[in-house]
Design a protein around this ligand. Structure first.
Ligand code: ATP
Length: 209
């Protein structure tokens, strides 16, 4: 069986060191081959991103250039309509056959998973890693509680390619795209919050002003 692949989706508006550090920590903890950064083109659960698809994609490429542990994946840009995770996982599963897949989600997103399109199908194609964000414990509604208990991952870690939920506690960097955008409006340069090539690209394209 091929080595496992992590999947980190986001609007990456812009990508920052919080995303990259999270990917790296999960990569080490789950012994992944690489982490795919999947750019969400038209996210169903939030407003329209500030930077265009093309600009956000350029920033992703600039962030991980020369790092083979991160792969930029633009498959959601090539699809019509809203970017549903279940469609993305289905297409990755077709492409990567029985490679174990690990969808990485923050506990904030996970707690509301039952509002996602075909949420129960997600585990058919992938495992889910739930990263517990500080101050945001896993707190599930009645519709998810049983499902969560039934799928909690235990010792069978490496044998399965999908179907389990793995809660993890990771040290999280206190960085968010929202704060970076707000800083740029104030004229502050996001040095050390995102890789330098991304900072330069933001300046060159005059983004978030
Ligand atoms: P915004 O501030 O615009 O909401 P964001 O910084 O949260 O953006 P997203 O593109 O929405 O970035 O995030 C993609 C994924 O990365 C989500 O699963 C989110 O939980 C996670 N994430 C965001 N910031 C961090 C961080 N500092 N540390 C770890 N994970 C993060």
């Amino acid at each position: 069986m091929a080595k496992a692949v992590g999947i980190l989706g986001g609007t990456f508006d812009p990508v920052h060191n919080g995303h990259l550090r999270l990917g790296l920590e999960v990569l080490k903890e789950f012994d992944l081959d690489h982490v795919r950064l999947i750019l969400s083109a038209r996210p169903p659960h939030r407003g329209k991103p500030y930077a265009s698809e093309e600009q956000r994609l350029k920033m992703l490429y600039a962030a991980v250039r020369n790092n083979c542990k991160f792969v930029v994946d633009d498959r959601e840009l090539k699809r019509e309509g809203l970017s549903y995770s279940v469609d993305t996982l289905k297409s990755l599963r077709q492409e990567l056959s029985d490679t174990p897949l690990y969808l990485i989600l923050g506990s904030d997103a996970f707690n509301h998973l039952s509002t996602w399109y075909q949420w129960q199908q997600l585990l058919k194609f992938s495992h889910i890693i739930v990263m517990q964000r500080p101050g945001q414990p896993i707190a599930l509604g009645e519709d998810m509680k049983m499902w969560y208990q039934e799928h909690l991952g235990r010792a069978e870690h490496s044998a399965l390619s999908a179907g389990k939920i793995w809660p993890v506690k990771l040290t999280q960097l206190n960085i968010s795209a929202t704060v970076i955008r707000a800083d740029i409006i104030k004229g502050l340069r996001p040095t050390f919050l995102t890789p330098e090539p991304v900072v330069k690209l933001i300046e060159k394209l005059s983004l978030y002003q």
